[in-house]
Design a binder for this molecule. Structure first.
Ligand code: GLN
Ligand code: ZN
Length: 749
């Protein structure tokens, strides 16, 4: 006889199965619908999602997990944290909320950054030493009551005080953010009492900051917070949740919290189950086991899950065990039902949010039955590839060391000092998008579409020649997205029809699904690069997306190590590099903006990740001949802690984002640290502003003082796809003049 277990969903996607929230938000911002209509569709979505969870028999159903834009922004509003410049605009509450996220003509928005190691972005709270907090929104209570009216007593979800403070930015001067805790806690206490008065019996506090390296001040703040919150509402059952990573050295602190239940993410930290269970043995804390993966779209391995439950239950007793999603389901699409084109064997292995609720239900009702009935297809045995088995150190290395390669390339490429180039993409105009859409819909045939792309490439080449750039690109007009373009052409990767996931606000992405061994069907970029090269005597750079970026922006396999998948992608790219070389391409760029994003949350795990991530890049590029110049590109300026790994990529040239940041960021690339050539961005492409010659020249001179003139390139921060031709043409002309001026100032030819 298997006892029933309590089931717990940490959060549900709010965007809607058909992106209803996106549509409502964008209509509201465009002035097509009013506030009432927007709020009505939001309410409808909440209702639908609560009922779904109720029907699935979930015991702990979340509320306040819904958000019109972002849950961190909601928390700021609840706590009364609105930047002065936005408050001054005198907008109503809802528009102040959106203005904080999106800015107004006069007041810039708050910064947005990645939520831990996910591809979801949150709005960063702006705090300073003097910030005061006050309970300023009734949202958690309002949504709790809304669900109660439907007969559902939900568990309100609130971002924990320490995670909230830790993720804020200090606008004016650096200070210990934990110093604000004493002012913050009374607001949390007040909120808890209001929730209790409204009829709540349990409250979930999300503290994923436990997955990061935390300071002594943060630890003290955590203990203090939960002691205070516990005594503020002794009869409320508090559930503190960590997810996204292991707790490492903070596990004992976590286990010691005086709350009703703790939540652990067993998809990310299975090794911590037993230590945590041991630490709880003599207490009466309940344990929520995050077994159903909220970050990936694969079905739960119910046999493994049942084992984990049994182990924990053996020590704690089943009445103290809760089965749960690993984190909020925010990071997976809503429903598999509309996916009619997936291959049945792959679809049988997948679960989106709705299907994950059913997995939870099955685990909760009878985990042993669930484990038995898990179909064989849900667990596909990994197939270690023969091709990978034979990879050795030699495959990861270029034939000559970088200094020697650069000397050879200097001779054969014939480039001037401080060569000028761009990062790859050129304006994706309405026309480009319309033609792609028409082609996808079948309104134009491939001949017409290709003729259009060729004419765009030709136009782009002529513009670059006219501007006087040294290394040209074809412009990436055939690509909608740098990952999607490659994924569509690789076997082992598929696209869903409706698998949208919120990226930020109303923005959603549809990540590719890596479901099998990744192999290349044939050349992916050759045709367009060759065509562009045929139009010009200048070098045209080949343009590839790197293995880590493809991996990081997809739903990866979970039945083999990420490293294996990265290597499979790398091998496919290696073949592409060879084809490009054979066709006469002398310069090939492999973009890796995802490299830093992939860093684990805990510092001690970084080295192991960087080891294989860098190896994957080296596998992709290592087959290139010494004369072929390999570039890479990363869209950020901070390289602290990873510069050795970036150096070990062994790219000949790297371009980075640097226009907005100060020169001290470039120190990482000084000759003692870094051996390749460097193109610091001198044009901030996130702004429509055309940078004047003198400004870019000064940035180049500043950079040359740090990295040396012989290793310096001149380029924008990133690709130009979001800019308009009206900005791009003068800016490129200025860039070329700036490089010329810098050369003569430095007396370089
Ligand atoms: N080559 C890509 C482009 O220019 C690089 C984009 C990126 O780094 N995010 O658009
Ligand atoms: Zn970039």
């Amino acid at each position: 006889m298997t006892e029933k277990l309590t089931t717990h969903c940490l959060g549900f996607p709010r965007i809607g199965a058909n992106r209803e929230l996106k549509k409502a938000l964008e209509s509201y911002w465009a002035g097509q619908i009013g506030e009432d209509a927007l709020l009505a569709s939001a309410k409808e979505l909440r209702k639908r999602h609560w009922l779904l969870q109720k029907e699935a028999g979930i015991d702990l159903i979340p509320s306040n997990d819904f958000s019109l834009y972002d849950q961190m922004l909601d928390t700021s509003c609840i706590l009364g944290v609105v930047p002065e410049r936005i408050a001054k605009e005198g907008l109503n509450t809802l528009d102040t909320y959106f203005a904080t996220a999106r800015g107004t003509a006069k007041a810039p928005a708050c910064a947005m950054t990645k939520w831990f190691d996910t591809n979801y972005h949150y709005i960063v709270p702006e705090l300073d030493r003097d910030t005061r907090f006050s309970l300023s929104s009734n949202k958690p209570v309002g949504e709790f009551l809304e669900a109660l009216e439907l007969g559902i007593r939900t568990t309100p979800v609130i971002i924990g005080p320490v995670t909230y403070l830790s993720l804020s930015s200090c606008a004016v001067e650096a200070f210990e953010r934990m110093d604000l805790l004493e002012r913050l806690l009374p607001v949390y206490e007040k909120l808890l009492r209001r929730l209790k008065d409204a009829g709540a019996t349990s409250v979930q506090f999300d503290e994923p900051i436990f997955s990061c390296d935390i300071s002594a001040a943060q630890k003290t703040a955590i203990s203090r917070s939960y002691e205070m919150l516990k005594s503020a509402a002794p009869c409320l059952k508090l559930i503190v949740c960590n997810y996204f990573g292991s707790m490492g050295p903070s596990l004992d602190l976590f286990a010691s919290l005086p709350v009703h239940a703790l939540h652990i993410d067993l998809t990310k930290a299975p090794q911590e189950l037993l230590p945590l269970v041991e630490a709880l043995r003599k207490k009466d804390t309940h344990l929520s086991l995050g077994l159903v993966d909220g970050r990936n779209i694969w079905r739960c391995d119910t046999a493994k899950a049942a084992q984990a439950i049994d182990k924990a239950a053996a020590v704690l007793g089943t009445e103290r065990i809760i089965v749960a999603t690993s984190c909020s389901l925010l990071h997976v699409p809503v429903s598999l039902t509309s996916e009619s084109e997936l291959k049945p064997d792959v679809k049988a292995r997948m679960a989106f949010a709705e299907e994950k609720l059913l997995e939870l239900k099955a685990l909760g009702q009878n985990r042993h039955d669930a484990a038995k009935s898990a179909t064989a297809s849900a667990r596909k045995a990994p197939s270690p590839s023969l091709r990978l088995a034979t990879i050795g150190e030699a495959d990861l290395s270029r034939a000559l060391p970088r200094v020697q390669r650069l000397a050879l390339q200097r001779k054969s490429l014939g480039l001037p000092p401080i060569p000028t180039t761009t990062i790859g993409s050129f304006p994706q105009t309405k026309e480009v998008r319309a033609n792609r859409a028409a082609f996808k819909k079948g309104d134009i045939d491939s001949e017409q579409y290709e003729a259009f792309i060729r004419s765009e490439i030709e136009h782009c080449i002529r513009i670059q020649e006219k501007a006087g750039l040294d290394v040209l690109v074809h412009g990436e007009f055939e690509r909608n997205d740098m990952v999607e373009y490659f994924s569509e052409q690789l076997d082992g990767i598929l696209f869903t029809q409706n698998g949208w996931v919120q990226s930020y606000g109303s923005r959603c992405v549809k990540p590719p699904v890596i479901h099998g061994e990744v192999t290349r069907r044939g050349p992916m970029t050759l045709k367009w690069t060759q065509y562009a090269q045929s139009l010009s005597n200048s070098h045209v750079k080949g343009m590839l997306t790197g293995p880590i970026t493809i991996l990081k922006w997809s739903f990866p396999r979970n039945d083999q190590p990420l490293r294996t998948t990265a290597f499979e992608i790398a091998l496919a790219l290696r073949e592409e590099v060879r084809d490009l070389e054979d066709a006469g391409t002398k310069i090939i760029q492999i973009d890796e903006p995802g490299l830093r994003e992939g860093l684990p949350l805990r510092g001690s795990e970084a080295a192991a990740y960087l080891e294989w991530a860098v190896d994957a890049f080296r596998l992709a590029s290592g087959g290139a001949s010494p004369q072929t110049q390999i570039h890479t590109h990363m869209c950020y300026a901070r390289f602290d802690g990873i510069i050795d790994a970036v150096n070990r990529l062994d790219a000949d040239v790297i371009s980075i984002e640097a226009a907005r940041s100060t020169a001290d960021r470039l120190e990482a690339f000084a000759a003692d640290n870094y051996g390749g050539e460097v193109g610091p961005g001198v044009w901030d492409i996130h702004s429509p502003r055309v940078p004047p010659v003198a400004e870019m020249k000064d940035k180049l001179l500043e950079a040359s003082a740090i990295i040396g003139t012989d290793r310096l390139w001149a380029n924008p921060d990133c690709g130009l796809k979001t800019r308009r031709w009206e900005e791009v043409i003068p800016a490129l002309e200025n860039l070329v003049t700036a490089a010329k001026d810098a050369r003569s100032k430095l007396a370089l030819g």
